[in-house]
Design a protein around this ligand. Sequence first.
Ligand code: C2E
Ligand code: CA
Ligand code: CA
Length: 407
Amino acid sequence: REEKSLALLLMDIDRFKEINDTLGHHRGDLLLRQIGLRLKDSLHEHDVIARLGGDEFAVLLPLAESQHATRMAGKIMKALEPPFEIEGLPILLEVSIGIAVSPDHGSTPESLLQRADIAMYAIKQTGGYNIYNAKHDQYSPIRLALLGELRHAIEHDELVLNYQPMISVKTGRAIGMEALVRWKHPGRGMVPPDQFIGPAERTGLIKPLTLWVFNTAQRQCLDWHGAGLGIPVSINLSARNLHDPLLPDQLAELMAACGGAPDRLELEITESAIMADPVRALDAINRLRAMGIRFAIDDFGVGYSSLAYLQRLPVDSIKIDKSFVINMAQNQNDAVIVRSTIDLVHNLGLKVVAEGVENKDLWDRLSALGCDTAQGYYMSRPMPAEELTRWLTESPWGIKKDPNPPN
Ligand code: C2E
Ligand code: CA
Ligand code: CA
């Protein structure tokens, strides 16, 4: 209004998803309302407060002096510090606040939002507030502004798949491959999935992305089969995919289009993806399993670990999260978790895969515990398809080539 400078504060509630998943969406909504009230109370009347969606709030402040923005961020954090009470339950919140100031960091709404978003992301690990700094850019994930480019990338084959072998602990040979997506960005080079899967999930772009991954991996798998390298591929699904009622038919269509076989495919899903909407998730899983596709629970051990539920899940294997495996040699608790997960999963009649097998010691330990399958840098990093074709035939972990490949 006064053509003065402005500060944009972008606030994200840490682990809100967990709160929502645990307490239910209704209580999540109640909490958001209370947060809104506290924000209002801690700001001036002419400050603009908005909820941008989900657990993201934004505040727009007229800026008299540069310290004002950080002072207000501190004030907001203080206001959110006392526990909230939702239906008698005390809840402690932690938030991350990113700050961008006009005109220094941008002079359009989009650029300010993007910069505040980057500043917020940079502080996400520790919580607290943070003013935008150009040095954050290189570490920042592909967020708001680049999502348009991601759509383009999916449509124009800028994505590539790497494959990481999964090795049978008993035979020491590859028995599967996990397809892992990367973005070959024309300006930024190879972008790892951690930087764009999250934003793709939030915007729904994960749907075309997953269909692209599924189609590409499946065709690659067919090529390998044709070359006598018969090995199934595993594909990661996001929660959004699992809750999409169209997914089973879309996957069936893609398979039919290239003559792919469901028994050469496995889908990896996380527990939290199932728990976010168990009814819809189970419906999708059951439909896909009826087609002959196998399922694995990914990242097992982080998040829910509702052992009671595990028993009822229609899946074929469990992948123990790499954080437990990597630390099992140093940390007794992690070792116990790995050992008891293996026993439990075997008792349920399912297979166990250990991720993050980084050295021979871990391999030996897992072998002694009776783990079925191992995946990790010790045997192989994820590789582009052509490299993997060579690896499969030349590595001692590879597969013995079928002398009579199918046509
Ligand atoms: P994830 O499904 O748990 O995949 C395994 C990740 O662990 C991969 O990282 C892989 O490179 C890494 N890894 C493998 N062996 C080791 C090891 O021995 N030590 C350590 N420290 N790490 C190891 P990447 O490729 O960066 O993928 C990260 C995550 O991105 C994946 O975690 C998955 O959640 C997601 N992702 C990747 N591709 C897709 C996709 O096509 N769709 C979806 N929805 N998510 C994907
Ligand atoms: Ca996975
Ligand atoms: Ca995993």
